[in-house]
Design a protein around this ligand. Structure first.
Ligand SMILES: CC(=O)N[C@@H](CCC[C@H](N)C(=O)O)C(=O)O
Length: 383
């Protein structure tokens, strides 16, 4: 696909962001673009709001998979885009999944025209931002039928210039768990606090206490994050709130630290229940396992990236970002890398404006890399 065609696709996708498992228009749009491609080697199967596309190789003894996530975020866009802003109120592609999908379409269209030796599997995966599409997609009959030998994915990186790719072997992204806490007390008139049981005060205390866990309970040589992104409670300024909810995310480098943090959260919440004579419930929502890059797959990618003159390779530090792609890497050797897109504003920011030149950089890089691997053999073939 030509660079201007890819930019057009990205802009069309940017206008229709949809949240996890609501990607109806996105799926329809992707299916239309896939239908425009040469069909001789393709088999397309939908899975919920996602899509699998299998490319039959001329030899077809191995399969390499490439995954792109397709959901948007509940953010009201504040970019400077005039012509292609999100048309969906309160939703935005603020994590670059419009780029991820466009890049996957660009790579797929190449291999739809030029049949690879080995099979390829493209996954357009819903719900990466939550509740998680990777694990159920991995467990689906379609995935099992086309089970790959190796798997790749990328994520845009606003902090790197266009032309940069970054990754590392081993741990790349953290273990994550969502966190939803509901506190239920007794509402009442603002003027009669002694007759009520104020959950705004209880929630405020709890948020402050939660921030002590990483500071006071986690080994400083280990790492953890507890971010509370939402706190809601009450209905009016002169009514004492009967309920309050707290929503956040927990990030850790190790599973043990995740367990330790959850135990501390439960102890603190139990303390709030006693201290405020209220009822509390905790829901950990979606949990993602770490993204752990396979040594051999990552070494092959880094070796290529260092030789490929169109990109600069940077060794990435570990990040506390989460990615349900980690579930695939738990079962299948593979790797994920960052793609530099240079934006002043970062991921999950309403002003994120990744540079579109990065799309073509990624498409060319992936086509060349996959072609080289296709000629030289994927994991297990020449090892
Ligand atoms: C790359 C990225 O930003 N990923 C998200 C993944 C969401 C994880 C999960 N829903 C949670 O909030 O814990 C991230 O926030 O890191």
């Amino acid at each position: 696909m030509a660079a201007n065609e890819l930019v057009k696709i990205r802009r069309e996708l940017h206008q229709i962001p949809e949240l996890g498992y609501q990607e109806i228009k996105t799926q329809r749009y992707l299916l239309e673009r896939i239908k425009d491609m040469r069909q001789d080697f393709l088999t397309v199967e939908t899975w919920r709001t996602g899509i699998f596309v299998h490319v039959k190789g001329s030899v077809g003894t191995k399969t390499v998979a490439y995954r792109a996530d397709i959901d948007g975020l509940p953010i009201e866009e504040q970019t400077g885009y005039a012509d292609f802003r999100s048309r969906h109120e309160g939703a935005m592609h603020a994590c670059g999944h419009d780029f991820h999908m466009t890049i996957a379409l660009g790579v797929l269209s190449h291999f739809a025209e030029q049949q690879p030796r080995e099979n390829m599997l493209f996954l357009f995966q819903p719900a990466e931002e939550g509740p998680g599409g990777a694990l159920p997609m991995l467990e689906s009959g379609t995935f099992k039928k086309w089970w790959p030998d190796e798997m790749l994915a990328l994520h845009i990186a606003p902090e790197y210039p266009v032309g940069t790719v970054a990754t590392k072997p081993g741990l790349l992204f953290a273990n994550t768990s969502e966190l939803f806490i509901t506190l239920k007390g007794k509402g009442g008139h603002a003027a009669y606090p002694h007759t009520a049981n104020d959950m705004v005060v209880a929630a405020s205390q709890l948020v402050t206490q939660l921030q002590t866990i990483v500071a006071r309970n986690v080994n400083p040589l280990d790492a953890g994050v507890i971010t509370i992104g939402v706190i809601k409670g009450g209905t009016k300024q002169n009514i004492i709130a009967e309920t309050a909810t707290i929503e956040g995310t927990i990030r850790t480098r190790s599973i043990d630290t995740m367990k330790q943090i959850k135990a501390r959260i439960e102890a603190l919440v139990a303390g709030i229940e006693v201290g405020f004579a209220c009822k509390a419930s905790i829901d950990y929502g979606a949990n993602y396992c770490q993204v752990y890059n396979d040594e051999a797959s990552t070494a092959a990618f880094i070796d290529f990236a260092k030789r490929y003159e169109a990109v600069t390779f940077v060794r990435a530090p570990e990040a506390m970002t989460g990615e349900d792609f980690g579930y695939f890497l738990e079962k299948i050797p593979g790797m994920m890398f960052w793609l530099g897109v240079e934006s002043e504003h970062g991921l999950h920011d309403a002003r994120l404006e990744p540079k579109e030149e990065a799309i073509n950089v990624a498409v060319d890089l992936l086509i060349r890399y996959l072609k080289e691997r296709d000629q030289n053999g994927y994991r297990g073939e020449h090892e």
